[in-house]
Structures are given as structure tokens and as C-alpha cells.
Ligand binder design. Structure first.
Ligand SMILES: Cc1cc2nc3c(=O)[nH]c(=O)nc-3n(C[C@H](O)[C@H](O)[C@H](O)COP(=O)(O)OP(=O)(O)OC[C@H]3O[C@@H](n4cnc5c(N)ncnc54)[C@H](O)[C@@H]3O)c2cc1C
Length: 469
């Protein structure tokens, strides 16, 4: 389907300045180059025609009305930490930053909730909750992400094993629709069967259906104590095979991550961060939360016993804040380490049933050997989401293009065969779009298109992302 977008003229830019303020509307060389891409420039570098820093929902509504009437594409931009090439202006038009809508509107201990504007950072939401004795569990690796971005990508992160993902914490979303109308999806209630669950559809819609202007999130009681275990293994299979044993026990670990020694070497080499144990070739990092020290110590003992029975070489307890922080900061730095260790990379973000993780990782290694390319797996072992990083190293542009395409197709086919999904947490964006229809099938693809058109019949909101019309 072709959509006749209009280019922005001097006159339309003047109108946008009147709707907002001249000093928050940037054009041409005044638009910083970082807004041409997100954290994955590999998924497209596109210049916005105009970059606007909105400061209120009313402004966003006015900009959308104008864009709708004039057929101008608009892409909402949070902190730009996305890994799918989502927050970019693929068809030019307006990049609309929500980062100056950054107020915490209300913390409501009676309803265990917090209401924020979309530009509040994830770290600020987490800190505000703690300040009031409560807890916001979603914990994606990049804490400078905006809360709006995490909602619109349904971000996951380390603690999903015990607490779930962002979608599990969103009570309501106020948003501007493509034609400029302001609506609210659900409200500050804990259950809701009032028709279609549109709020849940909007979560993870990657800015293709509406622009979030206010979000109410559920908080929970703050766990009083949190320890971690670092568990080395001789081989990756034993390491991953421990995961179902931990999950089938009486424990509910908060996080279970796996990391291979090869990746620890990279982080050490590139970032100088040294992991506290280097005796294994693969590691589990297990986090255990609880309300008392005794409870957490008991659960750590149970987890340690399970790991040792499953073949672990040792179990190291991290029961101080410093040691805990140091281990998790190394896990958090792996993407940065890999980026520094190669010339370019491709982010494959599949999720498979937890019982199939070992099989998937084995297949990924075979695919790497077959195509003579470096593939590193790291991930949220507790929820089956395995980041499978393909590193370019010395491949030429053409070799890299062909290799990534072939390798990705094989990885996605494996994920599908194992009952998995194409993306576990980063979304489709621009980077994974060409693999989507093949993965979900044409009927499902048609449903996606119908949903997009039901919200955005002119296809002006973040066009060419998530679904191609
Ligand atoms: C080092 C690192 C680690 C990461 N770890 C994780 C992880 O563990 N788990 C995980 O899930 N992700 C992770 N990410 C990815 C990223 O942090 C998340 O996708 C995050 O949610 C993006 O937030 P953002 O504010 O940067 O959004 P952006 O990148 O600005 O935007 C992301 C998408 O959301 C849309 N959007 C943004 N704000 C709005 C709004 N208000 N209304 C409508 N649409 C909007 C954009 O158009 C775009 O499509 C990681 C990234 C990095 C760099």
C-alpha cells in the first residue's frame, strides 16, 4: 500500500513552531546526528525532517492533528536506547521527543501505583518507588531508557523470571491517537474485563498505534533482602540444564542469567571489568529475593545444592551490595563489550520454551561453525530469552550482508521449530521486519495490518516499523 506523505515545507515548520515553541523545533544541521538512529545504527540511519521536543500532552495532540491533516509521518522518540531500529524516521517527517515530559505525577501507596509522564527514566521510577518503600520490578539492562519506551517495547530484563515484564505492571496509559485525540486505555484498577484489552495491545506496539503521554504503573512491596549466586560449570549444557531444576524446585528465583567465559574475556579485554570467578567455561548468575535474611540464605542454600547436584564446579555467594552490584554490572556491560570487540553486530533476540534453551544454544553454535562467523549467546536463561549476537569482525560489507541474512533465517527457523518466538524483548522495529511475516504467517500478518489500520488509517505513526502495510 502506498501512502502519499507530504514533505515539510518552511510554512509547515513555522506552523509547528507556533504550535510549540521556536526553540524546541530543530531542522537540518541543528538536528543532532544521534537522533538519526537508536542503539542499533545497523538497523537504519534516517534523518528526521524536523525534531521537536514536546513539553505537554496538549502540544503532542496539536502536533498529531497537524500531521494527520497534512499526511506527515511522526515517530515518537524516548531515550533512543532501543535495539530494534524503532525510534527512527524511516520516511522522514517529524521526530517527536517525549523526554521533556518528565514529571512523576503521583505516587499512590494506597493503590500501590505510580503515575508518570513518558519521559521519566526507568531508573527514576525505580528510585521513586524505593523512596516510598515500594518496588518497580521490571529491570531491562539500560536504566536510562524512558518509561514510555519501556512500555512501548514491553521491555523485559533480568527480573522477569519472578516478577514478569513491563506489561504486567501497566495499569493504564493515556495516549494521543494519530488524529490528535487524547484517550486513556484502562484505569488504575487491578482487574478489567471491559471489552477488548486494548491497553495490553498498545503495550509493545513500538509507537505505531499512539503516543503515550501518561502511564500508571503497578508497584509491589519492596523485598528486604537480595543475594546472588555465581555458579561456574565446565560445560554450557550442564549450566543450562540446571535452569529447569531450579524452576521446578520450591524456589522462585528473581533472575537466572547465563554467560559464557568467552564473553567474560571480551568484557575484561574491552572494558577492564573482571568477573569474580574465572574457573568455568559457562556460568549461571542466580538472584534470590526475600523478606528476611534467613529466608534468602535458606533459598540460596537450596539453590546452591541444586546447582552442585547438576554438575556445578562451585557456588559463590554474593551477599554484600558491592559484590552483587559488581556481578550484575558485568552482566549489564556485555552488549557494550561486544560492540567494542567487533566492527558491527546483529542482535537476534529469540525466546524459546525454557526446556529448549540448551537445544537452541547448541544449534546456534553449529550455525556459527557452519557459516564461519562469531556468534555469542547470552541471556535470560530463566525465561528462555536468548540474545544471540552475530559479530561481523573482518567480514566485508557484502559477506556480512549475506552471512547475517542466512544465519538469522536459520536461527529464526530453529526458534520456530522449538516453539519459540522471533523477539523476546526488543521488538520488531525496523531491524527484524523482513523476517516477521515468514515467522508469524500471512494470516497473522494480515491481522497485524488490520490492527495498525484500525488505529492509524493514514499510516503516519512510525510507519515502516513492526508491520509493513
Ligand atoms: C545496554 C542495553 C541493554 C538493554 N537491555 C534490555 C533488556 O534487558 N530488556 C529489554 O527489553 N530491552 C533492553 N534494551 C533495549 C532498550 O533499553 C529498551 O527497548 C527500552 O525500552 C527503550 O526505551 P527508550 O526510551 O530508549 O525508547 P526508544 O528507543 O526511544 O524507543 C523505542 C520504541 O518505542 C517508541 N516510543 C518511545 N516512547 C514512546 C512514547 N511515549 N509513545 C509511543 N511510542 C514511544 C519509539 O517510537 C520506538 O519504536 C537494552 C538496551 C541497551 C542499550
Amino acid at each position: 500500500m502506498a501512502f502519499p506523505y507530504n514533505k515539510l515545507t518552511e510554512e509547515s515548520i513555522d506552523t509547528l513552531k507556533k504550535l510549540t515553541a521556536a526553540d524546541r523545533v530543530f531542522v537540518g544541521i541543528d538536528i543532532q546526528k544521534e537522533y538519526y538512529h537508536d542503539e542499533m545504527p545497523e538497523y537504519g540511519i534516517y534523518a528526521p525532517e524536523v525534531y521537536i521536543e514536546a513539553i505537554s500532552k496538549e502540544e503532542i495532540a496539536e502536533i498529531m492533528k497537524f500531521a494527520y491533516e497534512n499526511n506527515i509521518p511522526v515517530t515518537a522518540r524516548g531515550a533512543g536506547t532501543g535495539l530494534a531500529g524503532g525510534a527512527t524516521c524511516k520516511f522522514g517527517g517529524i521526530m517527536l521527543s517525549v523526554m521533556r515530559l518528565n514529571k512523576i505525577i503521583n505516587i499512590d501507596p494506597e493503590n500501590l501505583s505510580i503515575t508518570v509522564e513518558p519521559g521519566v527514566l526507568l531508573s527514576e521510577v525505580a528510585a521513586a518507588a524505593i523512596e516510598h518503600g515500594m518496588f518497580y520490578p521490571p529491570d531491562p539492562g539500560e536504566k536510562t531508557a524512558s518509561i514510555g519506551g519501556t512500555v512501548m517495547t514491553n521491555a523485559g530484563g533480568m527480573r522477569a523470571v519472578r516478577y514478569g515484564v513491563t506489561r504486567d505492571y501497566v495499569r493504564s496509559i493515556e495516549a494521543v491517537l494519530p488524529d490528535g485525540e487524547l484517550v486513556t486505555f484502562s484505569s488504575n484498577v487491578v482487574k478489567n474485563t471491559t471489552g477488548y484489552a486494548i491497553k495490553d495491545l498498545v503495550i509493545g506496539s513500538e509507537g505505531t498505534l499512539c503516543i503515550a503521554t501518561e502511564i500508571t504503573l503497578k508497584l509491589i512491596a519492596l523485598p528486604k533482602c537480595s543475594y546472588s549466586l555465581v555458579v561456574p560449570y565446565d560445560d554450557i549444557k550442564q549450566c543450562i540444564d540446571t535452569v529447569p531444576r531450579l524452576l521446578n524446585s520450591t524456589l522462585t528465583p528473581t533472575a537466572i542469567e547465563f554467560i559464557e567465559a568467552e564473553l567474560l574475556d571480551i568484557v575484561e579485554r574491552q572494558l577492564g571489568k573482571v568477573f569474580p570467578d574465572r574457573s568455568g567455561s559457562a556460568y549461571l548468575i542466580v538472584m534470590i529475593d526475600g523478606n528476611t535474611k534467613q529466608e534468602v540464605e535458606r533459598d540460596c542454600d537450596i539453590a546452591a545444592e541444586i546447582c552442585l547436584q547438576a554438575g556445578a564446579l562451585d557456588v559463590m555467594l554474593c551477599n554484600t551490595e558491592e559484590r552483587n552490584a559488581s556481578v550484575w554490572s558485568i552482566r549489564g556491560a556485555v552488549l557494550e563489550g561486544m560492540k567494542a570487540d567487533t566492527t558491527s553486530e546483529e542482535e537476534c533476540d529469540v525466546v524459546v520454551p525454557r526446556s529448549k534453551i540448551a537445544e537452541y544454544v547448541k544449534a546456534a553454535k553449529e550455525i556459527a561453525a557452519k557459516h564461519k562467523v562469531r556468534i555469542i549467546t547470552v541471556g535470560h536463561a530463566g525465561d528462555g530469552n536468548i540474545h544471540t549476537e552475530i559479530l561481523r569482525d573482518q567480514l566485508t560489507e557484502e559477506e556480512w550482508k549475506v552471512t547475517t541474512d542466512t544465519v538469522l533465517k536459520e536461527l529464526y527457523a530453529k526458534s520456530k521449530e522449538l516453539g519459540g518466538q522471533l523477539s523476546g524483548e526488543h521488538g520488531i522495529g525496523n531491524g527484524r521486519l523482513r523476517y516477521l511475516e515468514d515467522f508469524i504467517g500471512s494470516r497473522m500478518n494480515q491481522l497485524y495490518k488490520s490492527i495498525k489500520l484500525a488505529f492509524d488509517e493514514k499510516n503516519i505513526l512510525n510507519p515502516g516499523k513492526l508491520i509493513e502495510l
